[in-house]
Design a protein around this ligand. Structure first.
Ligand code: ADP
Length: 327
């Protein structure tokens, strides 16, 4: 248990995700409820280093729960990778007597927090905000539900035209290292194939089944691809398939950044509110260097370090469901 926390800072860092605003709101209002002073740090670690820090009131977070993005803005900050940069950040907290930090971000931001808390006596609490859901130890990360629903809505629309024209569609969704958006949106839209970074892509298997469909003259097929899938993403998959199926109409659609934006879903607003609330409560209780996760609907406090080291794994059950339901 550390020193009593009286003044806390909150920042959003790395990739933005819908629901970050709901988390900021929860941190600010829970902090104020407990008599803490709360400071917003702009643009993640960049604002920490550049002293772009301001005091927040309850009204500072009015009317933001439904907004995507983050009112504190976010950034990727190279300077924070250096000890000198982190020291500048520490000094800016020190001069305001800020003695607790809430970091809303992904595993990169948590890595920064681990480094920072090893060097300086500032307890850090993480809140997992990432559309990729690639943080182990929590069933939810803020933004995943919204992103996956955006993908599902888009894929449903594409499916209509795919079906009308008997086309093969390859749809690329976000996920450089994690296939959860592809897996969830693919299953939910009835995709025949889902290609994810966690599994080796068996392109020959896809070709065999497409050739079989071609023989039956019914070449409608939906392939959902995570951007980090190992054959090189949707365009590369299209290239390989075109070679083997020269008569097929094969189209690509890359969903891109629409998956990051938009109003957060009810679920994302709820988990952001719960996590924000518990992040502050846990700082007050003296916890440090953990992130707030939810497992089996219960709050869990997981060492920031383990979020850094562990990547979630995709169970065989999911892969079986994909295969059987698409056949
Ligand atoms: P995300 O949090 O979404 O995974 P990044 O991986 O870009 O996003 O990380 C966000 C920021 O966290 C980086 O720009 C950098 O400032 C900081 N960071 C990441 N890794 C480290 C590290 N090993 N040491 C210090 N800071 C780090």
């Amino acid at each position: 248990m550390g020193k009593k926390v009286t003044r806390i800072g909150v920042l959003t860092s790395g990739g933005d995700s819908p629901g970050m605003n709901a988390a900021i709101r929860a941190v600010v209002r829970t902090g104020i409820y407990h008599g803490l002073e709360v400071f917003g740090i702009m643009r993640g670690y960049q604002g920490l280093i550049e002293d772009d820090i301001y005091k927040m009131e309850s009204r500072s977070v009015a009317n933001i729960i439904q907004r995507g993005g983050t009112i504190l803005k976010t950034a990727r900050c190279k300077e924070f990778l250096d000890a000198d940069g982190r020291k500048k950040g520490y000094e800016n907290l020190k001069k305001r007597d800020i003695n607790g930090l809430v970091i809303i971000g992904g595993d990169g931001s948590f890595r920064g927090a681990v480094q920072f808390s090893q060097e300086f006596d500032i307890p850090c609490i993480g809140i997992a905000g990432t559309i990729d859901k690639d943080i182990c130890g929590t069933d939810f990360t803020i933004g995943f539900d919204t992103a996956v629903n955006t993908a599902v809505e888009a894929i449903d629309k594409i499916r209509d035209t795919m079906d009308a024209h008997d086309r093969i569609f390859i749809i690329e969704v976000m996920g450089r290292d994690a296939g959860y958006i592809a897996l969830h949106s693919g299953i939910a839209t009835g995709a025949e194939n889902i290609l994810i970074p966690e599994r080796k892509t068996d392109i020959h298997d896809i070709i065999t089944s497409l050739l079989e469909k071609e023989r039956r003259k019914k070449l409608v097929n939906l392939i959902v691809v995570a951007e980090g899938e190992d054959s090189g993403g949707a365009n590369k998959v299209q290239e390989i398939l075109k070679e083997k199926l020269p008569n097929a109409e094969i189209r690509v659609c890359i969903l891109g950044h629409i998956q990051r934006g938009g109003s957060p879903s009810c679920l994302d607003r709820l988990i952001a509110s719960r996590m924000g609330f518990h992040a502050v409560e846990s700082l007050i209780e003296g916890r440090h260097n953990v992130f707030v996760g939810i497992l089996n609907n219960k709050m869990h406090y997981i060492p920031l370090e383990s979020a850094v080291k562990n990547k979630g794994t995709i169970s065989e059950e999911w892969m079986k469901i994909v295969k059987i339901l698409a056949s």
